[in-house]
Design a protein around this ligand. Sequence first.
Ligand code: GO6
Length: 313
Amino acid sequence: MEEKSRVLVVGGTGFIGRRIVRASLTQGHPTFVLMRPEIGLDVDKLQMLLSLKAQGARLLEASLEDHAGLVAAVKQVDVVISAMSGVHFRSQSLQLQHKLVVAVKEAGNVKRFIPSEFGTDPSRMAHAIEPGKVTFDEKMQLRRTIEEANIPHTYISANCFAAYFCPNLCQLGTLLPPKERVRVYGDGNVKVIFVDEDDVATYTIKSIDDPRTLNKTVYLRPQDNTLTQNEVVEKWERLSGKSLEKINITADQFLASGKDMEFAHQVGVARFYHIFFEGCLTNFVIGEDGVEATLLYPEVQYTRMDEYMKRYL
Ligand code: GO6
């Protein structure tokens, strides 16, 4: 049997990165995780790295600022996946990912590169509202660098990570289910796509050795998890046995509500607007440059959102 490709995950301790490391190990890939000396005294990150090592991952120590060290690390693998967080240090993460792409280009051996996207397709968001447009623009900038360097790549459009969008019934500023009332965006009937984060990782790893995904965007569109906000609320009401008060709000009311919020939540408001009012995740047909994950990998038993939400009861 052909040997499985060797995978390096950068950002392997993060919310999605650690799942990608585990999925890579589960699917039988020799799996490497970049250990950056910059973790300093971040004991939780270190413990996550050690736990991934105990699960079979090999830790490669190199700084993203150390070009030669990075090239040496990249030369040991066939596939590089960046899962660097975009939440905390936006522009910094672009600069660091850029350094990674430069190292991948110089190493010259990488058969597939996956940049850190895992959300909305940035190529469809040129019209995005501020704040938060910059994150889409930066993802597009990185795409251009990858494509100009002729690096074989795959972009993963994972839509909504369930933990941030589903059990909170699509409410901003909380990850927990509301107890009394829920703000419903418009009529609550816009279709949104929710994906269990472990499934995001599973589909990502499935795609790395697949010629059908080469230089394409893989959209994750699990049919049963393509739901309106109303359907999500209904599912939770059925699970919890309690009904909630619904407060319908207009797009203008929602956008105005962001005014006094902290910056991170203002970005959230802008994201939620595109997702829940505009329907930016579902209002297009996948074109020539895209493929859909559940069609490519029908064998994957993805987690349905009622099952996902049971742990919040
Ligand atoms: C999710 C969030 C949730 C912000 C994307 C503030 C990029 C994407 C679906 O980290 O900034 O409450 O596509 O109060 O392409 C955050 C980000 C959402 C979560 C958006 C995201 C989704 C980023 C909040 C909040 C639940």
